[in-house]
Design a binder for this molecule. Sequence first.
Ligand code: DC
Length: 233
Amino acid sequence: MRKTNSKLIIAIDGYSSCGKSTFAKQIAKTLGYIYIDSGAMYRAVTLYCLDNNLINDGEILMNKLLEELDRIEIGFRFNHESQLFETILNGENVEEKIRTVYVSNFVSPVSKIKEVRKKMVKIQRNMGKDKSIVMDGRDIGTVVFPDADLKIFMTASANIRAQRRYDESIEKGQRVSFTEIEKNILTRDRIDEGRKISPLKRAHDALLLDNSHITVKEQMVWVMKIIEDTLEK
Ligand code: DC
């Protein structure tokens, strides 16, 4: 990792549902940095495909999607009331819609598409041009920002990840099945790790964080010490 002044690019990659976004948001808030959820962007493209009949009987209509790709505009807007960033798809706040199981079931195949990835990576790099950013995803430390100042690769057991996602959904009042969630997590892991382009993998210089048995508070203490050391270098 290279030396910098106080503006860092922090890349957080890892398996689905291991708390990357909670962690990345907390880091960004503590440092006063921007937080970008790159997964939300792939989810927004997936929602566009579902809403515009670009997925038929589970099959992505590739030619139609490529034709329409330029019409898909994705960005984030800060909501001062909730103090959170919202995902905006062609002018609409889709923050809630992109988190449904309906979108989760199709997001991995959509995020395998080369042209989709190319477009997302371009937007993501542009967002990071002024640094002071925490971005989470699958390929942030390997592809989007290979020179990031700090890279963390997160993991936790599939059962624990499924339980966390299940609890979250129940809390939101969603009717979900634990088995379905666990199945979705395992399928996404397999597709994310196995795809040809930008597969999920730990960058050689990423720090490994297995948070199966540590609390959110403990992982914050751990990372803030590392950030202090990085800033002092
Ligand atoms: O982080 P998430 O679970 O919301 O991401 C949704 C999907 O998007 C995930 O299954 C893989 C894909 N993704 C990706 O391919 N590359 C990223 N940088 C972020 C997410």
